[in-house]
Design a protein around this ligand. Structure first.
Ligand code: FAS
Ligand code: PHB
Length: 385
């Protein structure tokens, strides 16, 4: 078998890249190790920057997004019960859209024209400096796909970055001493916008997927186990971290999903190795506090797709030669914002009383400074690509 671009991973990055290449008439094959149902079953991001919404429109998959996406003109921060609304539209003239990653993935899967190989075992990358190829096993048969280029869209634990010789890669990492315990529930959201809450017991987030489905998170220690958390224990803890009127308004019910995600900041440099390109979580990870993970994957793919279209249509390698530098410039700004939001809103016992006072001073400064609120707003809604 042969194709022009082999894409590893059928998450949002791989599926969006495949869709943009399909529309440009560039032959591509996606190789995914899990089943489509498994990929759709992962509950992850919930907030889209306008750039990601625009990309869904460009990909001609935005019909449901337009109908079901919830426009949010701001968000609430809560610090030990004090509330501050960040008015995105008033501060920077832009908004975000609440639309789950699961729905983004479903829309892209349904529109997929190219070949997608699901449940591909032992995926391996070959000769990405010369004549690249991808191999995999399925139903007891080993398959090989020769290609011009490989796009590694296979996430943090994927094979793409792992296939790069260590000496060719520089990584930057910060792990956090906590994770997020998340719950999905078919109950109306507690508020019409998101609430990011700092409390001495830990961070909490009130988010949503629709007017009838909500998503909540509480900060938990890294060694916490989801089986230690009954729904009742989760709701009790969440109420303790919210201000009284919000806690009172909370509508609880049986969880339809409950999981713990570790938090880390991570970047791999560069993002190109010969004919192999890294995009999305294969290249970087952000703590979800800034709602950047999915959106960064989308902006990587927009840059990479344009570079590949330029290469095949205009025989110009300028775009692919510049991909890594251009994507990393935006990635690092999102890493900074995600780290800053995480540092402001979570409890870090190791920083002691001084650390908590600095967090309180940061919140008080934000509360009193239009300029500081504009900085938060322009980062949250998404910096220009
Ligand atoms: P993905 O990880 O989504 O997709 C990679 C795909 O590659 C997967 O389908 C995987 O099965 C496949 N794959 C892996 N190894 C392979 C191999 N060897 N061969 C073939 N295929 C392989 N972001 C937010 O903005 N907000 C959030 O609340 C949020 N919560 C998250 C919770 C968790 C538990 C995780 C892990 C991430 C979360 N993120 C969140 C970030 C998340 O949304 C990612 O940014 C987003 O999924 C990135 O998309 P991809 O780069 O496509 O990677
Ligand atoms: C979510 O709804 O899953 C969500 C929203 C905002 C975040 C993180 C997660 O910052």
């Amino acid at each position: 078998m042969r194709t022009q671009v082999a894409i590893i991973g059928a998450g949002p990055a791989g599926l969006m890249l495949g869709r943009l290449l399909d529309l440009a008439g560039i032959d591509n094959v996606i190789i995914e190790r899990k089943s489509a149902d498994y990929v759709l079953g992962r509950i992850r991001a919930g907030v889209l920057e306008q750039g990601s919404v625009d990309l869904m429109e460009r990909a001609q998959v935005a019909g449901r997004l337009r109908a079901e996406g919830l426009i949010h003109h701001g968000t609430d921060l809560s610090f030990d019960g004090d509330r501050l609304r960040i008015d995105f539209t008033g501060l920077v003239g832009k908004h975000v859209t609440v639309y789950g990653q699961t729905e983004v993935t479903r829309d892209l899967m349904e529109a997929r024209q190219g070949n997608t190989i699901y449940e591909a075992g032992n995926v391996a990358i070959h000769d990405f400096d010369g004549n690249p190829a991808v191999s995999w096993e399925r139903d007891g048969v080993t398959h090989r796909l020769d290609c011009d280029y490989i796009a590694g869209c296979d996430g943090y634990h994927g094979v793409s970055r792992a296939s790069v010789p260590q000496e060719a890669l520089t990584t930057f990492e910060r792990t956090y001493p906590f994770g997020w315990l998340g719950i999905l529930v078919d109950k109306p959201p507690v508020a019409h916008e998101l609430i990011y809450a700092h409390h001495e017991r830990g961070f909490a987030l009130c988010s949503q997927r629709s007017n009838t489905r909500s998503r909540y998170y509480v900060q938990v220690p890294t060694d916490e186990k989801v089986e230690n958390w009954s729904d009742d224990r989760f709701w009790d803890e969440l109420r303790l971290r919210l201000n009284p009127e919000t806690a009172e308004a909370l509508q609880t019910g049986p969880s339809i999903e409950k999981s713990i995600a570790p938090l880390r900041s991570f970047v791999a440099e560069p993002l190109r190795f010969g004919k192999l390109f890294l995009a999305g979580d294969a290249a970087h990870i952000v703590p979800p506090t800034g709602a950047k993970g999915l959106n960064l994957a989308m902006s990587d793919v927009a840059i990479l797709a344009d570079a590949m279209i330029e290469l095949y249509a205009e025989k110009s390698a300028a775009g692919i030669d510049n991909y890594s530098q251009r994507a990393l410039a935006r990635i690092w700004k999102a890493e900074r914002f995600s780290w800053w939001m995480t540092s402001l809103l979570h409890t870090f016992p190791e920083t002691g009383r001084f650390g908590r006072r600095i967090q309180r001073a940061e919140f008080d400064y934000l509360s009193g400074s239009h300029a500081a609120q504009q900085v938060l707003a322009e980062n949250y809604v998404g910096l220009p690509a």
